[in-house]
Design a protein around this ligand. Structure first.
Ligand SMILES: Cc1ncc(COP(=O)(O)O)c(C=O)c1O
Length: 475
């Protein structure tokens, strides 16, 4: 009887199981090199297993791993090259190995954990350098939502000192962001006690960027009404269209107010030569959020928050718990972030920089930017496609197809057709795209954030959308 029958260790089977897991992973990565033409359904046998009651007795680890692999293979995987929905991720191979290693050791980075903590510090430093941000003080978090909340908690404490202790009481605090900011900004206002009605959605210009003069007017009228401006959130890559707010102009329009840059999606492009100029003024931000698990290709979850003033996070988060040592001099991560249990999220990004080098990351970003420009060019040159007024700033390319039979159709019919088209495209299985509501109408919203996507995938996406649109419009 192998030892795993009597303990929680894999015992004598350990190497065999590890070898088997490595074979599954290697097969998966090889398969990801090319997109597949259809999405497999889970087998009846797998579905039966997935409704079984909790097992009391052991199962064979190799058979169990095979079941897990089958479940994942028939699941929606963002790492596939033609998954262009929402803002995908690519599950970078060395990043996945970093996760395996990190989870095997499982340090807790709440307090200084030795060299693992130094890896987090160094990965933050490399990230700051990659983006061109002069402060290298920050921490990894589980996602952009939490990074934004963390930054805005620091902003609240700055705007209304001691509000973490007293609450905001009778004060009214306001947050300013683009009308197309990510909803996590609103969520932060809710969680921090501001209330979402105190989020000012500032109008956007033709390029879908927050208008700085409208921001200045909103701040002035709030001040006149006794409302305290707490923070401005510039979006560096909106989720909807990839618009990058003019960070420097917003800083000019809101002097003395905490400026946070939500770059969860787009900020990696500050490191890419052809898009760097869009982020002018980044260094004037008090804080920034970036999701390495989106457009720096590593697996989820790997977000980071960086701040200019190291004391600002501790001012918002530190607690003097009796069981946490406070004698290291530096701020413990637990005293500067929301979490106590903090996995080593930095390792996958650290390995990505170390193994591939920053130049390869920049190259992959440029490739995605080129793919977006190519899709925009194909669609804007084609009379049966509609695109936004301006070229994509980043890698998101909203578009609509207008089949022959709908050339004179109403806006509503065209929206309904594109909603049906999105469903039909994902049922077809060659390409996975998501819909988006832009100015009240339904669009398709391909987004390129995957290093595996090729130029050929862009052309296949374009042709597939047109082919399926014509087909469903005739049926
Ligand atoms: C601009 C922006 N901010 C914040 C987020 C939230 O990030 P997460 O999903 O990592 O919480 C997203 C997610 O798409 C985003 O696009």
């Amino acid at each position: 009887m192998s030892s795993h029958n009597s303990s929680l260790s894999l015992g004598a089977d350990r190497d065999k199981v590890l070898q088997h897991a490595a074979e599954i992973v290697s097969r998966t990565w090889a398969e990801f090199d090319d997109a597949r033409d259809h999405h497999p359904e889970p087998s009846a046998a797998l579905l039966a297993v997935l409704t079984e009651p909790m097992p009391e007795v052991p199962s064979d680890p190799i058979e169990s791993l095979d079941l897990a692999a089958e479940a994942l293979d028939s699941s929606l995987t963002q790492a596939r090259p033609r998954y262009l929905a929402y803002i995908g991720s690519s599950g970078l191979e060395i990043g996945a190995l970093g996760d395996l290693l990190a989870h095997s050791h499982d340090p807790n980075l709440a307090i200084y954990a030795g060299a693992a903590s130094d890896i987090e510090t160094q990965a933050i430093r490399w990230l700051a350098q990659f983006l061109g941000y002069s402060s290298d003080f920050g921490f990894f978090t589980s996602g952009g939502t939490i990074s934004n909340l963390t930054a805005l908690a620091a902003a609240r404490e700055r705007a209304l000192p001691r509000s973490r202790a007293t609450g905001i009481g009778g004060h009214r605090l306001a947050l300013y962001c683009s009308a197309e900011a990510h909803y996590s900004v609103k969520r932060a206002a809710e969680v921090l006690g501001l209330g979402s009605t105190h989020v000012r959605a500032i109008p956007i210009d033709q390029h879908r960027r927050m208008i700085p003069s409208d921001l200045a007017s909103a701040i002035a009228s709030d001040r006149a009404a006794g409302v305290i401006p707490m923070a401005v959130v510039a979006t560096a890559g909106t989720t909807l269209t990839g618009a990058v707010d003019s960070i420097g102009d917003l800083a000019d329009a809101a002097p003395g107010i905490w400026l946070h840059v939500d770059g969860a999606y787009g900020l990696p492009a500050a490191g890419a030569p052809t898009s760097r100029h869009l982020f002018a003024g980044l260094d004037r931000a008090d804080s920034l959020s970036i999701d390495a698990h989106k457009w720096m290709f590593v697996p989820k979850a790997c977000s980071a928050i960086l701040v200019k003033d190291p004391a600002s996070l501790a001012a918002a988060f530190s607690h003097n718990e009796a069981y946490i040592p406070h004698d290291f001099g530096d701020v413990n991560a637990v005293d500067a972030t929301l979490e106590y249990s903090r996995p080593l999220r930095a390792l996958k990004l650290w390995l990505a920089f170390k193994v591939h080098g920053a130049e390869a990351i920049r190259f992959a970003l440029e490739k995605n930017l080129e793919q977006a420009r190519l899709l925009y060019a194909l669609a804007s040159d084609a009379p049966d496609f509609e695109v936004l007024l301006h070229k994509p700033q980043l890698s998101t390319v909203p578009l609509r197809h207008i089949p022959n039979s709908l050339v004179t159709a109403s806006a509503k019919d065209l929206s309904n057709h594109n909603a049906a088209l999105q469903q039909a495209v994902i049922s077809d299985g060659r390409v996975y795209i998501s819909p988006a509501q832009i100015d009240g109408e339904t669009w398709l919203r391909p987004c390129f954030t995957n290093f595996r996507t090729t130029t050929e995938d862009v052309v296949i996406t374009f042709d597939t959308i047109r082919e399926i649109s014509e087909k469903i419009s005739q049926s």
